[in-house]
Design a protein around this ligand. Structure first.
Ligand SMILES: [Zn+2]
Length: 177
């Protein structure tokens, strides 16, 4: 108990709090954050992440957002070219509005490595107990081919974002539907 409080004390600062509640309450808090449109990052337990994924990733939503399990080819390309294993299990693929280059899980992880650095990405993927859930992430996908934002912010399209997730340490993202 004392160790737990010391760990909490070390974590809490201006941008971070630690919440203790039942899995159902945590899910409710995350769901409210998703619907509010506000950005937040949740570090939840694997069982909480499973509950959040099950709540958010209904088959109908996966279908609507064209979110599919990564192909063995893409997983192997991520492993060989980016040296990342089991980072993401499912994602959608969206064409760049400027040049048509397709932005998927590979491009997303490539952008993450360049923006946050390998150490940060590997630290997340090395988490043994926690899953990181991004709610309404503010980062925008950038096309590696032409350098422009993949999505034209002035034009709403049927699928207006890059979506991804997994049941591992990188739980993925949720936005209002
Ligand atoms: Zn492009």
């Amino acid at each position: 108990m004392e160790n737990r409080i010391a760990a909490v004390d070390a974590l809490v600062d201006n941008a971070t709090c630690v919440v203790s509640a039942s899995d159902a309450v945590i899910l409710e808090i995350v769901a409210k954050a998703v619907h509010s449109g506000m950005s937040a990052t949740f570090y939840v337990s694997r069982s909480q992440a499973s509950a959040i994924n099950a709540w958010y990733w209904r088959p109908e939503l996966r279908k609507r957002l064209c979110v599919e399990d990564l192909s063995p080819e893409e997983l192997s390309r991520i492993e060989v070219e980016l040296d990342l294993k089991d980072a993401i299990q499912f994602a959608n693929r969206i064409p760049c509005h400027k040049c048509g280059h397709v932005y998927g899980a590979f491009e997303f992880l490539q952008q993450g490595l360049s923006e946050h650095g390998r150490a940060a990405v590997e630290a997340v993927l090395g988490m043994k107990n926690a899953s990181l859930i991004r709610v309404n992430p503010s980062e925008v996908p950038v096309c590696p081919n032409c350098g422009e934002d993949v999505i034209d912010p002035t034009q709403r399209r049927p699928i207006d974002g890059h979506y991804y997730g997994s049941t591992g340490p990188y739980g993925g993202c949720c936005r209002p539907e």
